[in-house]
Design a protein around this ligand. Structure first.
Ligand code: GLY
Ligand code: MN
Ligand code: MN
Length: 430
């Protein structure tokens, strides 16, 4: 494997926590993602669904996990189905997981071939009253394709119309939001790889360089450090491109005097990291850029201090908004009248800072977490304020990933990644 996997004991614990939340006589099913077609025989690279991964550590297409705590036979309480392999597949695609390897990775003792699924599922369906389906209830989801999970749910409802149904997603949203120490280690590893990429580009960026050349430097550094690559589509946005929040074309040349905003980070073992740094193309900030940079950095530092057990995400954003408002007043971007005329729905600061400050981060970059519930120790959040000023030709965001502690301020997993102006300028001019 390219990455060092988390011990099976963690996946076993995840399954135990999940199973404890099921109604009695219930069976939960989790499918892998499809391998998405492009055209002809081309496909996108396989990316495992994070829920089946969280519950098993199995990173292979077509795998299915069943959790059925009240199954008549103990061996049917946790079952993994794997696609069959044969000599032809071994020659063309390489080895697939053996049952023994799958048990070692996942801690699931009962492993069947996929061809046995329908027969066994039929048998188990007579023992349970309820199926728990894994629908996507993420607050940012907007999926237009039918996933493998969706197809399975449709098949199951058609063939077993008398069963009750339950929802796995709210259970997973809650469980996945609080990270085990081994998960935090994987995230730390992703952050450390990201740091290597960032340090590499600091000595690479100079006037005339193209955004995609910077992207290539990151990719090189990530992949040579056991990452599969970018945790999300990278944003390398010089000058006014930074004012397009989801700019991912990365196809422009970087000019002297401009800033380049880089929202780029590595994955490791299917865990994300999420970093943004904004640096001067020519290695030196202008006085105005410095002023705005320091304002964003102050907001980031103040916001981080508020990520404590008990904090409510929505209230936290209101407080961060107030700090940002006072910075924007000092920068002359807002005046008193703007603030007097604002409403709760349309605060004045949103003109220059239009996105959220923090999101859960983990197996997904915008990870699971029920935002109405208070924050807890071992949740991982980003902190990412920004100020975007098209009229001045730049946009500026700074982003780190932090772990909430049971006491005191959060642990910054990116504390060694340069962020202070002086350090950035020194490294860029070394
Ligand atoms: N890179 C995506 C985000 O910062 O939320
Ligand atoms: Mn980001
Ligand atoms: Mn983020």
């Amino acid at each position: 494997m390219r990455y060092h996997p988390i011990p099976a004991s963690v996946y076993k614990q995840n399954r135990t926590h999940f199973a404890a939340q099921l109604e009695s006589n219930s069976l939960a099913i989790f499918n892998s993602n499809d391998i998405y077609p492009i055209s002809a025989d081309s496909t996108l690279p396989f990316a495992q669904h994070r829920d089946i991964f969280y519950l098993s550590g199995i990173d292979q297409e077509e795998s299915i996990v069943i959790l059925f705590p009240d199954a008549y036979e103990a061996k049917h309480r946790e079952i993994l189905f794997l696609r069959e392999t044969n000599d032809h597949i071994a020659v063309w695609e390489g080895a697939k997981l053996t049952k023994k390897q799958a048990t070692e990775l996942s801690g699931i003792e009962t492993v069947y071939s996929l061809s046995e699924f329908e027969r066994l599922f039929q048998e188990l369906s007579t023992q349970c009253n309820r199926f728990y389906f894994n629908t996507n209830e993420h607050y940012r989801q907007s999926v237009e394709t039918q996933t493998r999970e969706d197809r399975f749910i449709a098949w199951c409802k058609k063939n077993y119309p008398a069963h009750l149904v339950g929802k796995s997603n709210p259970i997973l949203q809650k469980l996945r939001s609080v990270k085990a120490p081994e998960e935090i280690e994987q995230i730390q590893q992703a952050c450390d790889i990201t740091e290597k990429g960032f340090r590499r580009v600091l000595s690479f960026i100079q006037p005339g360089v193209w955004e995609y050349e910077i992207e290539a430097e990151y990719a090189h550094e990530f992949i040579r450090n056991r990452s599969k690559g970018f945790a999300y589509t990278p944003i390398i946005a010089s000058g006014n491109n930074a004012n397009v929040l989801h700019y991912t074309d990365n196809n422009q040349q970087c000019f002297p005097g401009d800033l380049v905003l880089m929202d780029v980070a590595a994955e490791y073992g299917n865990y994300s990291s999420d970093l943004t740094r904004t640096v001067p193309v020519s290695g030196k900030f202008t006085p105005r850029q410095k002023q705005v940079y320091e304002a964003v950095l102050r907001v980031k530092k103040e916001a981080t201090k508020m990520l404590l057990p008990g904090t409510i995400w929505k209230e936290y954003h209101i407080e961060v908004g107030k700090i940002m408002t006072s910075e924007l007043l000092q920068l002359g971007l807002l005046d008193k009248a703007d603030v007097q005329n604002e409403s709760d729905e349309k605060p004045a600061y949103k003109k220059f800072f239009m996105h959220g400050t923090s999101h859960h981060m983990g197996l997904d970059t915008h990870d699971y977490g029920l935002l109405h519930l208070p924050m807890e120790a071992n949740m991982v959040f980003t902190v990412e304020p920004g100020i975007y000023i098209p009229e001045e030709g730049f946009g500026l965001r700074l982003e780190d990933d932090v772990v909430i502690q049971s006491q005191g301020v959060p642990l910054n997993l990116m504390s060694s990644i340069p962020i202070e102006i002086e350090e950035i300028e020194t490294l860029m001019n070394a």
